[in-house]
Design a protein around this ligand. Sequence first.
Ligand code: AMP
Length: 397
Amino acid sequence: MKVLVINAGSSSLKYQLLDTGNQEVLAKGLCERIGIDGKFTYKAPGKGAVDAADVVMPTHSEAIQTVLNALVDPDHGVIASMSEIDAVGHRVVHGGETFANSVKIDDKVMAALDECIPLAPLHNPANITGIKACAAVMGPNVPQVAVFDTAFHQTIPPVAYTYALPYEYYEQDKVRRYGFHGTSHKYVSQRAADMLGKPIDSLKLISCHLGNGSSVTAIDGGKSVDTSMGFTPLAGVPMGTRSGDLDAGILEYIMNKHNLDITQMLNVLNKQSGVLGVSGVSSDFRDLSEAGESGNQRAALAVDMFNYSVKKLIGAYAAAMGGVDAIIFTAGVGENSAEQRMAIAGQLEFMGVKLDPDANNVRGKEAIISAIDSKVKVLLIPTNEELMIALDTAELA
Ligand code: AMP
């Protein structure tokens, strides 16, 4: 089946055309500056590329049309006509408590997606716009599927998702831990079961998605049972620019001292904190490693803080599940930084985790990086959210 995977942002749209039969990426790229002017990037293995061409894209509909034109282009296209696209899969950030699984889109689903907007006011409207643009350009007969960042975490029990706030905030306002990166955690957990040759329902896994945004998830028997992000993706470990968890009392203190309103405070927490805030150098872990190696102590502290909080969560989730069979590293840092994997999992021998330094000297490909006699296996698994979205879409379309 040929599935077009769409990840629509407010002024951008990432796309991939995948063949779910052989799991091959036929073409992929990015529409940027939608509604401003328009930049279009396209790449098809063996068929050529379009590098950030200027294309007028007043709305997401023109962006989708541009993607379709490129896919059927006589020179660098990969399909003869649009009718070869069997279905479209959309990444949707927030499915609230309504969606515990991916879902085929119809009018009822669209109404339910609208109801989730208050939970993700920056992201869900863009995702909905992407769905409407596809329907407008491709017609009503091409099935569309929504795949949610939150859905995989809907199995988290109340003891882990309830905040210790007045209970009516949960009942009336839906304030609870939702968790994000669900598509990634689900994908790597399924790959882990394959790599270990064991049924997923027999495994206790801890998945560390460590990138610009980071989250750690406890997965028991294939089900998410706890995760570090919360009501929003601001929670959990410190990230590139996000603070992660902190004492809520700090907010009032800083707001009063620096005369900030809540919007300015949240801007600080989302955009100026995390490893960028602590280091004052960069939100990019490569820059921080370099700066740390040349003696910048705050850069080194920022990376150490990040590694330390991931390590703490591994301990917490092993306790929560009553054990752990495998720890998974994925996303930019998890897939590429042998040093950070070593810093996080290198001293956990007391709980049966023994990294093999040689096996750990690898990047960007699936590998078992624990020693042969390690009771707990440690796995490097490159994430592939687009493939997961395409597979869910093929199943439901
Ligand atoms: P992601 O959000 O998954 O794309 O991950 C982006 C993060 O991965 C950035 O902070 C990058 O610096 C980091 N990253 C990529 N390659 C490396 C590497 N070799 N060592 C450390 N961090 C890396």
